[in-house]
Write a protein that binds this ligand. Structure first.
Ligand code: SF4
Length: 182
């Protein structure tokens, strides 16, 4: 079975790739499309880390290069607190479309490994897209391997980010320090 793995970042892909392989899925391709990652140097650092890691573990990588700060911020500006839905839909829809147009049998996402993401919302969106495009969504609760995956990333020496991705999540991450500066 040919699987397209939407990949949010290298650290989150470590456990997921390993687990899929252990479950017998050998034909995995990593797919990068993440218009939510800002600013640009952070986007670049995460993409470079993924290039390095996919080479290390011998997984093909498809890069849909779109630094999407303008599209992303325009799309969420009227509902910043509800931005994650747009974030998941935009990335997964692009993944599913690519999978369908390029002969993949199924898709899944590394977003399912993080206990910090809205797991239920991701499932709901992925199932809806699977129905819409008539393609299989491989669901697993990869969260059980989150800590293992983070350790795998540390051992591999790859870049590990400090916040989710968008500029608003960067603000959330450093809110206390920002407060201390004013
Ligand atoms: S917090 Fe994370 S999931 Fe939510 S919109 Fe920002 S980057 Fe996307």
């Amino acid at each position: 079975m040919k699987i397209l793995l939407h990949t949010c970042c290298a650290p989150c892909s470590t456990y997921v790739i390993d687990k899929l392989r252990k479950d017998g899925y050998e034909d995995i391709t990593s797919y990068w499309y993440n218009i939510n990652i800002h600013p640009f140097m952070e986007y670049k650092a995460r993409l470079e880390a993924l290039k390095t890691y996919t080479e290390m573990v011998n997984v093909p990588l498809i890069i849909d290069h779109d630094y999407g700060i303008r599209e992303f911020t325009k799309s969420v500006i009227n509902d910043i607190d509800g931005r994650c839905r747009f974030c998941y839909v935009s990335r997964l829809a692009k993944t599913v479309k690519y999978a369908k147009e390029n002969g993949y049998d199924a898709f899944t996402t590394t977003l399912l490994v993080s206990p910090y993401q809205n797991h239920e919302m991701i499932i709901e969106i992925a199932e809806e897209l699977a129905k819409q495009y008539d393609i299989k969504f491989i669901y697993q609760d990869f969260r059980e391997g989150y800590r293992i995956g983070q350790q795998m990333a540390r051992d591999a020496g790859i870049y590990m980010q400090k916040y989710c991705g968008c500029i608003y999540s960067e603000e959330d991450r450093y809110r206390k320090q920002i407060g201390g500066l004013v």
